[in-house]
Design a protein around this ligand. Structure first.
Ligand SMILES: [Fe+2]
Ligand SMILES: [Fe+2]
Length: 134
């Protein structure tokens, strides 16, 4: 069983957003399997990639929001920034050996992701589709 399933609770029905979300869901599942089989080095390496892809993904959505002139732009952007800073902080602590990557970190990510999808990404995807922005 996957840690995060790729199903209608996650799919937002916007091609480029779904494409990037899918990659992140797959990487999160991979990270989960590394953590549960004690492959620490692989897990830490993958985390660096995930953080990198996350930045890229937030930039993608930022451009889509600017293009569409969605009214919720600032609050959505702020949620991205706060979350990215939090994840960067965790990564830095892990790199410095002050913290160890665990399933608890993944739980934080999963919780944020589902909440963000529901209140920010799904409304954004609907808005983009209404305005025919790909
Ligand atoms: Fe997103
Ligand atoms: Fe978002």
């Amino acid at each position: 069983m996957n840690y995060v399933e790729w199903d209608e609770t996650v799919i937002v029905n916007h091609t480029s957003m779904d494409k990037e979300h899918k990659k992140m869901v797959e990487d999160t599942n991979k990270l989960y399997s590394y953590l549960t089989s004690n492959k620490t080095a692989k897990a830490n390496k993958l985390l660096v990639k995930i953080v990198h892809d996350l930045k890229y993904h937030f930039e993608t959505e930022d451009l889509l929001m600017q293009k569409s002139k969605i009214p919720q732009y600032i609050s959505h952007k702020l949620e991205h920034e706060r979350f990215y800073n939090k994840i960067r902080d965790i990564l830095t602590k892990i790199e410095l050996g002050k913290e160890t990557l665990t399933i608890d970190h993944l739980k934080i990510v999963k919780l944020w992701f589902f909440n963000h999808l529901k209140f920010k990404d799904k409304p954004l995807a609907n808005f983009l589709n209404e305005h025919n922005i790909k």
